[in-house]
Design a protein around this ligand. Structure first.
Ligand code: BTN
Length: 240
């Protein structure tokens, strides 16, 4: 697929800007990115804060009914794409915290937000948004994020070209989605290569136990005193 990716000077949220473009007919694979996102959104209604000029906000549109078959696994496909690109481009060792937080040495370097675009009740497409901290110095993070966030620069001492990483990440996301559609097991194996969730104590909502991996759907398996549970969506906290 030849998909178009454009840099925009500024956006409140690249996910919102791309959703409007999809509603107006943008094709499958269309991507937009900026390093000036002023009102980024994170998962669960949180804000995604990225310092101006040094972080990447990228959104990629998947348009068409063919994507409906695997919406549950898209966050894992995007997370695996981000981790693979970081590994290949920087040599750093990214870690995936289920389903799609990307960490380095336990601190968050990138997050993924997948959102459906609907025509009434019909799913027209999905917008995959990725926020990646690239050339952010550790002192540039807001104080409340300092101990939990990191960047490629902070981890390596090297600055990276944002345009190059945006192009590479756009291509990698589309490649991993194609793999997901052809061979879900192979895509989940790519995700497992970076998994730091299995073996850890976790809390998800009311449930506490030990994560043992992901199943064939990408659901998180948690061993609890009441038996094994499969969690299809949610956010985990470490308990150990
Ligand atoms: C998270 O909470 O971990 C997800 C963060 C996702 C942020 C990205 S930045 C590009 C895209 N546009 C947004 O408003 N959010 C996503």
């Amino acid at each position: 697929m030849h998909a178009i990716l454009t840099r925009i000077d500024r956006a409140e949220s690249t996910n919102d800007a791309l959703r409007v473009m999809v509603e107006e007919g943008a094709p499958d694979g269309r991507g937009i990115y900026t390093s000036e996102q002023t009102a980024g959104r994170g998962r669960r209604g949180r804000a995604w804060v990225c310092p101006s000029g040094t972080a990447l906000a990228l959104s990629v549109a998947l348009v068409g009914p063919q994507h409906q078959a695997y919406t549950m696994q898209l966050p894992l496909a995007a997370g695996a794409a981000v981790a693979d690109v970081i590994r290949a481009e920087t040599g750093l060792v990214p870690e995936l915290k289920w389903p799609n937080d990307v960490l380095i040495s336990g601190k968050k370097v990138a997050g993924v937000l997948c959102e459906g675009v609907h025509d009434g009740t019909r799913l027209r497409g999905v917008v995959i948004g990725v926020g990646l901290n690239i050339n952010v110095s550790q002192g540039e993070f807001p104080q409340e994020l300092e101990s939990i966030a990191t960047s490629l620069l902070a981890e390596s001492g090297i600055t990276y070209e944002i345009d190059h990483l945006a192009r590479t990440l756009h291509a990698a996301i589309l490649d991993r989605v194609a793999l997901l559609s052809a061979n879900r097991g192979a895509l989940l194996d790519l995700w497992r290569k970076h998994d730091v969730t299995a073996g850890r104590g976790v809390r998800v909502g009311d449930l506490t136990g030990k994560a043992t991996g992901i199943n064939a759907d990408g659901a998180l398996l948690v061993a609890t005193p009441k038996g094994d549970k499969a969690i299809r969506s949610g956010e985990i906290e470490w308990t150990d």
